[in-house]
Design a protein around this ligand. Structure first.
Ligand code: FPP
Length: 247
């Protein structure tokens, strides 16, 4: 399948193309265990898979890819796994700083940044600065992220604006969304979960109100562009009504 003018050609006529795909990268641990490797080795291969999928999403003309890399609950994992994931994040962001402008990949990090190390914060500042220089495809990496936590942080920021007299009038959905980490980013059209589980695990709770869900047993390190094509093809056969009725 190839994307042309924002529409993926399926051979069965033109169907709507997802502008924004969100992915829960699950199954790294099981992938490693099956091979007798430490869990962190699964995460390392998971990052390579992520890299391929990011390039593919950019190449087929998507606007956004949002990936769940580390949740607010993942701190409860063994210390070596947590520090392994953080090291991979440092490596990913450091490499991105060198190549993202040339590769036309903007980056943003969603999550409670106050829980991240100064080293990671510095890297995020630099990727934000580079992202502000150009337009186009954007990858959103969710780190120390929880959907409920994001909503609460937004509520608290809004309350601060109210107290300071900066927020007048009704709070609309649109205005509330501007307080979320995803401010300015369209809602995901399609949410994919790799790794066989069928749940949302506190991911993008506000933003996925009308997303189409696609679950696959493929473990994240084994995920390929062809798997993404399959998910997009399924999405293109769905009938999105947003609470209305079919025209
Ligand atoms: C879920 O698999 C995966 C995670 C909790 C971490 C995902 C992280 C990465 C792909 C690497 C970090 C990303 C970047 C950008 C550096 P799991 O460990 O829950 O797998 P399991 O369900 O098989 O145990």
């Amino acid at each position: 399948m190839t994307a042309q003018n924002g529409i993926l050609q399926t051979g069965e006529g033109e169907r709507p193309f997802p502008r924004h795909i969100a992915i829960i990268l699950d199954g790294n641990g099981r992938w490693a265990k099956k091979r007798g490797l430490p869990r962190v080795a699964g995460h390392a291969v998971g990052v390579e898979t992520l890299r391929k999928i990011v390039y593919y999403c950019r190449d087929i003309g998507m606007d956004y890819l949002t990936v769940y890399c580390f949740s607010t609950e993942n701190w409860n994992r063994p210390q070596d796994e947590v520090s392994g994931i953080m090291k991979l994040l440092v490596k990913y962001l450091s490499e991105a700083i060198k190549t993202m402008e040339q590769r036309r990949i903007r980056l943003r990090v969603f999550g409670d940044l106050s829980g991240l190390s100064p080293e990671i914060l510095e890297l995020i500042e630099r990727t934000n600065e580079i992202s502000s220089r150009f337009e186009g495809f954007q990858t959103n990496i969710c780190v120390n992220y929880g959907g409920r936590d994001e909503i609460l942080r937004a509520v608290n920021r809004y309350a601060e604006d109210v107290r300071a007299g900066r927020a007048e009038g009704e709070l609309t959905e649109e205005r509330f969304a501007s307080y979320l980490d995803s401010a300015g980013v369209s809602d995901p059209d399609l949410l994919i979960r790799a790794g066989g589980e069928q749940r949302l695990s506190n991911f993008l709770l506000w933003q996925c109100a009308y997303s189409e869900f696609y679950f696959t047993d493929v473990l994240w390190p084994d995920f390929t562009p062809e798997e993404l094509d399959k998910a997009i093809a399924v999405y293109q056969r769905r009938d999105r009504r947003f609470g209305g009725i079919k025209a």
